[in-house]
Design a protein around this ligand. Sequence first.
Ligand code: FES
Length: 99
Amino acid sequence: MNPLRLARARPAPPFTVTVDGRRTEALPGRTVAAVLWAAGITSWRSTRGAGRPRGVFCGIGVCFDCLVTVNDRPNLRACLVPVRPGDVIRTQEGTGHAD
Ligand code: FES
């Protein structure tokens, strides 16, 4: 069952963000990680050394596996950042900086 239906949640209307340039619908109150998951994206960064895929691991801001770039700010923890209308979300590789 859909968790929104299960909790009888009635969220405010969705808004649009972009993920790597693709328009994606987001519900208010969700984190960036939740929006990525809802869009079917489970990994959004690669590790510095081996380039291994990473997404959410702990989900509570401890492991730093979920780093993502939001509005040109790299290395934000997707599991902690609330999504906002118009956010520009980008997957990132390595350090997240142009090096
Ligand atoms: S999933 Fe661990 S810090 Fe985000």
